[in-house]
Design a protein around this ligand. Sequence first.
Ligand code: FES
Length: 106
Amino acid sequence: MSNEEQWLQVGAAANLGEGSMMGIEHGDLQIAVYNVEGEFYATDNICSHAFALLTDGFLDGDVIECPLHGGCFKIKTGEGMGAPISENIKTYPVRVTGGTIEVRVS
Ligand code: FES
C-alpha cells in the first residue's frame, strides 16, 4: 500500500473560496474542510461537546463556531476556546494537488 492511498480527494480548490467550508464523509469520519485566507485546513466536523456539524456553524477567520451551543475551535490546531468545549478536535493535513484539495485521513 502506498502513502498516496491515504490522501482523500475532496474536490476542486477553485470551488472552495476564501472564507468558505464544506463537510465530507469518509467511512465513519466526518471532516470539515476550510479555506482561511487562501490556505486550506481540515478538522473533525463533529463538535467535541455534543453532536453538531461544525460546517452548520459560523466561520470567522480561523475560528469555527459550533451552531448548537456556540463553542469555538481554532481551525489550525483544533484547540477548543473555552466553555462549553472541554476537548479539542482533531486536525488533518491538507494539500492541493493539480487543483484538487486532498486530506490525509490515516
Ligand atoms: S455541540 Fe458544539 S458547543 Fe455544544
